[in-house]
Design a protein around this ligand. Structure first.
Ligand SMILES: C[S@@+](CC[C@H](N)C(=O)[O-])C[C@H]1O[C@@H](n2cnc3c(N)ncnc32)[C@H](O)[C@@H]1O
Length: 342
């Protein structure tokens, strides 16, 4: 397989991350503390993921697990404990600096059932029909050829084998400038598929029981905004069993589930004050009524609640005609200093 310029650019981005040891969100924001407690902090806190595929995977002792884009190895180490001595975990990554880091971590931990292989998602270095579970954390969006990745995952899995993936998806096409920005590729944004395209890609590769679900309440809310924002999702699917005939139909599970509680502190209060709404570039301008000091406090609460991991920006504009809440997807220029997104 010929590496592409996207591979080269993404590899450089993650080589730098491996060398400088800079994580994205804290692992504690993604995983239950119980899961992480047996690992040294430098290993447990080095996550470049956007979810927790380990809990989704519900691994069983003896299973063989393949982690696509294993980075520093955190998910492999967590999987290793769950599949036990009779199981096996293979991490695949294309970035030598990441592999060196993961292998050094594995040696320190002394886990005998984990190995890391150099390779591309688009040409997985594993034999056909050998894997029980494919996991991946914030990686498939980085591939320039997702249909090929889905075919490779299908090839590697045993009949009935399953996938449990955390990834960035969108609720609509991203602005063209973002799609072309190499910095936005590296930051897991530009290559994100829409929820529907993700599901369609898996179904076309032959998978059944496909589900693409916004991760948590914040992400569910982001998914509801009709402005093409990236958000984290949990993706599950399985290979059909030998006696099963896939229908090729889109399942119900890809409809965005936006019902349920909004857990962004202060947001419901602000929504209750909206008297008018305009579309603006990359978002909405919501006119608010009420006491300005209270509105300021609520906007600050929302900004705090959404935190650094959200790609959406909530900004208060105090104009002559009153207070406005601007909810925007950052403009393309913001993707250049991408750390604000991570
Ligand atoms: C966002 S990081 C996630 C790392 C890890 N899964 C985690 O949760 O910390 C993406 C990783 O995938 C690797 N990667 C990206 N695209 C790849 C591809 N096409 N083939 C193999 N590895 C890839 C990168 O080298 C990097 O280590």
């Amino acid at each position: 397989m010929q590496p592409t310029s996207i591979h080269d650019s993404v590899r450089e981005h993650y080589a730098e991350r491996a060398r400088t040891e800079t994580s994205c969100c804290s692992s504690s924001a993604l995983y239950d503390d119980q899961l992480l407690k047996d690992l040294p902090t430098d290993i447990s806190q080095f996550s470049l993921g956007c979810g927790n595929p380990i809990t989704t995977a519900a691994l069983k002792p003896g299973e063989t697990v393949l982690d696509l884009g294993s980075g520093g190895g955190l998910d492999c180490f967590l999987a290793s404990k769950q599949v036990g001595a009779a199981g096996h975990v293979i991490g695949v990554d294309m970035t030598p600096d990441m592999l060196a880091k993961a292998r050094a971590n594995a040696q320190r931990l002394g886990y005998p059932n984990v190995e890391f292989r150099e390779g591309y998602l688009e040409a997985l270095p594993v034999d056909d029909n050998t894997i029980d579970v494919v996991i991946s954390n914030c990686v498939i969006n980085l591939s320039p050829d997702k249909p090929q990745v889905f075919r490779e995952v299908f090839r590697a899995l045993k009949p009935g084998g399953r996938i449990a993936v955390s990834d960035i998806v969108t609720n609509g096409a991203l602005p063209e400038a973002v799609q072309k920005s190499m910095a936005a590729w590296g930051a897991c944004v530009a290559g994100a598929l829409t929820v529907q395209d993700y599901a369609r890609g898996l179904i076309d590769a032959g998978f059944v029981d496909v589900r693409v679900t916004p991760k948590e309440t914040t992400d569910k809310w982001l998914a509801a905004l009709p402005i093409g924002v990236p958000f984290s999702a949990t993706i599950t699917a399985r290979q059909p069993r030998a006696d099963e005939q896939p229908s090729g139909e889109m399942p119900d599970g890809v409809e965005l589930e936006t019902a349920g509680e909004l857990k962004i502190d202060g947001l419901e209060d602000l929504i209750g004050r909206v008297t008018d709404m305009d579309s603006i570039e990359n978002g909405y301008d919501l006119r608010l009524e009420g006491d300005l000091a209270e509105i300021r406090a609520k906007v600050a609460e929302v900004q705090q609640s959404v935190g650094c991991c959200s790609p959406l920006k909530f900004e208060l504009v105090e104009a002559a005609d009153g207070a406005h809440l601007r909810v925007t997807n950052p403009p393309a220029s913001a993707f250049v200093s991408i750390d604000s997104l991570n």
